[in-house]
Design a protein around this ligand. Structure first.
Ligand SMILES: Nc1ncnc2c1ncn2[C@@H]1O[C@H](COP(=O)(O)OP(=O)(O)O)[C@@H](O)[C@H]1O
Ligand SMILES: [Mg+2]
Length: 465
């Protein structure tokens, strides 16, 4: 059942219940009260009164039939049948309706003896009726009798019909308006829901470009906002995934093409004997490069997926820095770049994964070497600050332009402005470093200006105690 149908049905139910309850209240409370009210005006009290009204008019009238209009009026007003007899008890005039009611002669006879009576009779239709009979005197002389018959209908019913019908009409009007209202309100609810459903459907088909346009500030508006944000993120993720795949395939194809070329040349025997060994060395180099690239890609994707757990343990930071320096001294000496350390006297024990932190330092130092000219200086320093050890790698190399700075941590991002003689990197180093440092709960900061050099800084928690 649709939301709208449910809403309409529940509205109708409420209206119906309201009518029903009102009717019950009317039956139980209003009708008895009304009946009681009417009884007070009923015949028994009014009988003698009517008799005196008639008596006054008989005085004025010359003929019995002249009283007829009066009787009709009384009959209509009080819903009674009225009979008038003369002093002999003969019926002279009567009101017209209800025609089937006949005078009760026995009571008329009593009235002729001066007795006012009030009895109850059963009519031919089974209804009960009250009969009041009074003598009519003019100047203390009995001139006739008046008999008034009132059918005992359900007096409350007199009221109940108009009440019930007005209730039903009111209910009908209310139902009409509420249907209209439900239509408007439910449209406001169901339309956005339908839109969002369509959007989710598109998601499931891999289309993340869909958006819901909804400006309302209610819960639905908020939901639409969340959905749109989700779509934006999914679209971005999808874009990155495609880009990554394209990048990876490109990076792998280049060395493979080179290797293929060499192997084909070797097999064809077109290379002179002297060049063979050199070619094989180049092939090996390409294969190693490819392997390291594949390793980097694997490592980055596992870091991003959170599949690599950091083995956090206390370790001696100065020791690690010394170790990395020893490892990289040779390539630095080869290029003629000075690698300096600036470490405090005291021991610095930090909490972290020493292998991974060492990897980060290697990435920084590898970059600094790559992007610093011969004769340049690269300095690794560390110091305590609060409950952290701050480590930085600073060079006076080519630097990074402000427009490139926000992108250098992106996967596969690499500058095209590489120094002469340097090979293009894969652009994964800083992305890996960023993941590792973030997994340590810290952040990498960069300061750099073109032509002045760069400084990469991060903090590590000091071991307590
Ligand atoms: N010390 C540095 N000096 C100048 N540019 C740097 C330095 N470190 C990183 N960069 C810039 O950041 C880019 C991304 O670095 P990285 O992720 O290590 O990739 P790669 O070194 O393979 O190019 C580099 O291509 C370079 O443009
Ligand atoms: Mg690098």
């Amino acid at each position: 059942m649709s939301y709208r149908t449910k809403l309409i049905l529940s509205f109708l139910l409420v209206i119906l219940l309201t009518i029903l309850i009102t009717l019950l209240i009317q039956r139980a409370v209003i009708e008895p009260k009304w009946t009681q009210f009417l009884t007070n005006f009923s015949l028994e009290r009014r009988g003698p009164e009517l008799a005196s009204i008639v008596a006054q008019n008989i005085q004025r009238a010359r003929r019995w039939y002249e009283l007829r209009p009066l009787l009709e009026q009384l009959s209509m007003f009080y819903r009674v049948k009225v009979f008038l007899t003369d002093a002999n008890g003969d019926l002279q005039v009567q009101s017209r309706y209800p025609e089937e009611i006949q005078p009760v002669q026995a009571e008329i006879d009593k009235a002729l003896e001066g007795i006012t009576s009030s009895i109850e009779i059963s009519l031919s239709n089974g209804q009960k009726a009250d009969v009041v009979t009074s003598p009519v005197y003019v100047n203390n002389k009995l001139i006739g009798t008046i008999q008034i018959v009132q059918e005992r209908t359900n007096l409350g019913g007199v009221l109940s019909f108009p009440l019930t019908s007005s209730l039903l009409i009111g209910g009908g009007i209310a139902a009409f308006f509420s249907l209209f209202l439900v239509y408007l309100v439910s449209r406001q609810v169901t339309l956005p829901i339908k839109k969002m459903k369509q959007m989710a459907l598109k998601f499931s088909q891999g289309d993340f470009t869909a958006r819901v346009e909804l400006s309302s500030r209610d819960e639905l508006g908020e939901l639409a906002q969340v959905l749109n944000d989700m779509a934006r993120k999914l679209e971005e993720t999808e874009r990155i995934r495609k880009e990554l795949l394209a990048n990876i395939s490109h990076e792998l194809r280049t060395p493979l093409t080179t290797v293929q070329g060499y192997i084909e040349a070797l097999m064809d025997g077109v290379l002179p004997e002297a060049k063979r060994e050199e070619s094989l060395k180049l092939v090996l180099e390409e294969v190693k490069k490819t392997e390291s690239l594949v390793n980097s890609i694997l490592e980055l994707s596992r870091l991003e997926a959170g599949a690599i757990k950091m083995e956090l343990c206390p370790f001696d930071l100065k020791n690690l820095i010394h170790w990395i320096k020893d490892k990289l001294d040779l390539p630095y000496q080869r290029k003629g770049v000075n690698l300096e350390l600036q470490l405090p006297e005291e021991k610095i024990i930090v909490l972290g994964d020493p292998d991974r932190v060492g990897e980060v330092l290697e990435i920084f130092l590898d970059n600094s070497l790559r992007y610093t000219e011969k004769g340049g200086i690269v300095r690794v320093s560390c110091f305590k600050k609060g409950n952290e050890a701050i480590i930085s790698v600073k060079d006076n190399g080519i630097g990074i332009s402000p427009d490139e700075l926000p992108r250098i941590f992106d996967r596969f991002y690499r500058s095209t402005k590489i120094p002469r003689g340097e090979k293009l990197g894969a652009g994964l180093g800083l992305a890996i470093a960023k993941e590792i440092i973030e997994a340590h709960g810290s952040k990498i900061q960069v300061e750099s200006a073109p032509g002045e050099g760069s400084c990469f800084t991060f903090g590590l928690k000091l071991e307590r105690g």
